[in-house]
Design a protein around this ligand. Structure first.
Ligand SMILES: Cc1ncc(COP(=O)(O)O)c(C=O)c1O
Length: 367
């Protein structure tokens, strides 16, 4: 078998080795049933157990109170861009949105279909290089909810703390690219959603954590599949779910618990991110994209002095087993995605490569 690369992909992304090895076995035979996880009915006993354990372990990891539902839906996090206003925003009301990058914009685009959108903070003018805070934040008079993208996967920026919504409004969070990367105080939120393919599992499944009282009744008539309550009330099995996704998220939650929970995971992530940021701060060849106070622990974005060098960097890095470093087309350059399961050794290998690359090309740039 070929050696595995360091996979810096932004998602689908690196998964824990022990999880993948367990999945290899369970694809053939789950719980000694003689049937693999991909072949089990979503209504059968084996999958009842998977569902119950995945929910229970998710609650343990996130310290999620009983008045919150834990469920999952399909359609990717992009589906949540319209699920949220459809379920919560009456036609004559306003919702506030932080405009911090492409994924935030994808959400913002859908709001006018249902009600009014107010941008309560934006870093668009500086190509989303920071998270708006303080004077940059202006809420509308009486928003139903405030939506923010906790980690901006493309830009490499991250809210260092959740915003405080005005009284009467609840917080909605797209946490796709930093879910369970650090402790989270669920009680501060009305609804959290996270596409699984970065920190939680495979693509095609979205974890949803919602305050039960908010999803009892959508604010308008909606198709059954668009109502959060149907998914929550049926244990994520309103229709056939992504069974493998539920199963794999369950294994990842167990992996987090084995590691000591979210405090331990945060320490691990901070340690890994420091390897890259300490190096970036100590040199003047590469240009980091995110402002210091907005840096992401999950996605580290930087550029070479020229686009030609970016291209060369990505090509040569891939040959050395450092894969998936190409930045998103909207900002170019490089992006190192170092989610929970990404090993520190990979960050160190990248820094060694960056040092050598800078040494080789610095002279040519200054000449
Ligand atoms: C923060 C964030 N939100 C939403 C999405 C969209 O997710 P999906 O492709 O699963 O719809 C992504 C994808 O990378 C993301 O990073």
């Amino acid at each position: 078998m070929s050696e595995r690369a360091f996979n810096f992909s932004a998602g689908p992304a690196t998964l824990p080795e022990s999880v993948l090895r367990q999945a290899q076995q369970d694809i053939w035979d789950l719980f000694g049933t003689g049937i693999g996880i991909l072949e089990h009915s979503h209504r059968g006993k084996a999958f009842d157990r998977i569902t119950a354990e995945t929910e229970a372990d998710c609650r343990k990891v996130g310290n999620i109170p009983d008045d919150y539902a834990v469920t999952w839906v399909q359609g990717g996090a992009t589906t949540q861009c319209y699920f949220v206003p459809a379920n919560f925003l009456p036609a004559d009301r306003t919702a506030d949105y932080f405009q911090t990058g492409k994924w935030a914009n994808d959400s913002i685009k859908e709001v006018p279909l249902y009600g009014t959108c107010h941008i309560c903070g934006s870093s668009k003018e500086t190509n989303y290089d920071h998270i708006p805070v303080g004077d940059e934040v202006k809420y509308s008079a009486n928003p139903v909810y405030v939506h923010f993208t906790a980690n901006n996967t493309i830009m490499g920026t991250e809210f260092q703390a959740e915003p405080t919504p005005p009284k009467g409004a609840f917080l909605v969070c797209d946490s796709s690219s930093n879910m369970f990367s650090k402790p989270i105080d669920v009680k501060k939120y009305g609804l959290i959603y996270a596409g699984a393919q970065k920190n939680l599992g495979p693509s095609g499944i979205v974890l949803v954590i919602a305050k039960k009282s908010l999803i009892e009744e959508p604010v308008r008539e909606l198709p059954q599949m668009m109502q959060y309550r149907n998914h929550a009330n049926k244990e994520g099995r309103y229709n056939t779910p992504n069974t493998f996704g539920v199963y794999l998220m369950g294994l990842v939650f167990k992996w987090i618990l084995e590691r000591g929970g979210l405090n331990a995971v945060r320490e691990m992530n901070a340690d890994k991110a420091a390897v890259l940021y300490d190096f970036l701060d100590d040199q003047d060849f590469f240009l980091p994209h995110a402002k210091l106070d907005s840096r992401s622990m999950m996605n580290v974005t930087f550029k070479c002095p020229t686009p030609e060098l970016d291209k060369l960097f990505i090509e040569q890095a891939a040959k050395k087993g450092l894969d998936g470093l190409k930045g998103h087309r909207s900002i170019g350059g490089m992006r190192a995605s170092i989610y929970n399961a990404f090993p520190k050794k990979g960050c160190e290998a990248l820094v060694s490569f960056m040092k050598a690359f800078a040494q080789e090309h610095a002279k040519a740039v200054s000449a």
